[in-house]
Design a protein around this ligand. Sequence first.
Ligand SMILES: Cc1cc2nc3c(=O)[nH]c(=O)nc-3n(C[C@H](O)[C@H](O)[C@H](O)COP(=O)(O)OP(=O)(O)OC[C@H]3O[C@@H](n4cnc5c(N)ncnc54)[C@H](O)[C@@H]3O)c2cc1C
Length: 365
Amino acid sequence: MDVIVGGGVVGLSVAWRLARDGRPVTLVDPAPASGASHAAAGMLAPVSEVAYTEVPLLRLGVASLRRWPAFATELAADAGLAGTEALDLRSDGTLDVAFGTDDLAALDELATYMEKLELPVERLSGRECRRLEPMLAPSVRGGLLAPGDAWVDPRRVTAALLAALDRRGVPLVRSRVGELLRDGGRVTGVRLGEGAEMRAERVVLAAGVWSAGLAEVPVRPVKGQIMRLRSPQPLLTRCVRGTVHGTPVYLVPRGDGELVVGATQEEMGFDTRVTAGGLYELLRDARELVPGVTELEIADVVAGLRPGTPDNLPVIGPSGTPGLALATGHHRGGVLLAPLTADILLGEEGELAALCTPGRFREIS
Ligand SMILES: Cc1cc2nc3c(=O)[nH]c(=O)nc-3n(C[C@H](O)[C@H](O)[C@H](O)COP(=O)(O)OP(=O)(O)OC[C@H]3O[C@@H](n4cnc5c(N)ncnc54)[C@H](O)[C@@H]3O)c2cc1C
């Protein structure tokens, strides 16, 4: 039996795909779907994220984005949902906008870089941007459209994964794992916080940033504050992002009229306080892109901890210790990378799996 430690979008996806494959699996989490996955905006946007990432991560993201439609269709069916609309999966692209001459030059440079990588991208004038998104500020002077980028509602995805696991009869143990059981250099199971032991042929450590408390894994918390605004009618039809005062900000529309505004990036340890300064900066910058946001009602504010790694790539696959596999370190892209992660835990090998191999860090055990 596989024991999956952690029920965020990553652990849930792995557990569900293993169960679908007919493998015996148990999930352990005291509060499933409460970690970074609860905070995530849900952008599936490897192309528009290229400015903030590196080519290996881009390749993982593009490969995982391709798997999302089938992943969502199968998940919706397994969870008893009508279709992928129930997960708010949308593929209308991301629009990256610029205001000043410097911004425009930076976007132009980015477009050239994207074209060199043969990524689909369209350069737009300010007027063309506003034709696509009439609520954009008049000061927007140009933009880049990444038409293939998509997004999904991570809270709906984790709820669907929990429902699908339940329908497949996968046991969910609502306890904290206190430690991994080890015997003769092998991981043989987990000890729950209350002291009970669970034996496993394989333990998959998918506890996000908390994985580092259970094994030697180089993940660190990168705090992100994010807010959800409620809009009587949708202000945007696609994801919009831009850089204001040197800081990136994005807006993600949900099917139910909600507008997600994110997100800060802070190295603050395990601090998950939502601060006035964090929210102020998000709203100030979002208003530069779409002035109408300040009229909207605040629905929700939250801070989550992204599991960052030294090279920004996730840590997925068998560890150096027999009986222990890892599925963590997804940093800014755990929702995007969930389908690919599950495939690697199901045994996919090759170039993509090699990029994520835990073996690249010597200290992992
Ligand atoms: C503000 C913000 C915005 C983001 N936006 C995006 C986005 O647009 N697109 C994208 O792809 N990604 C985004 N991310 C990143 C994404 O949220 C993460 O990469 C992803 O959620 C990581 O998932 P996870 O399952 O590894 O971890 P988590 O979701 O943190 O889940 C870890 C789980 O482990 C459990 N756990 C912890 N300790 C134990 C233990 N000892 N025993 C058992 N269980 C335990 C916790 O209860 C939790 O449920 C964003 C993150 C933040 C913070």
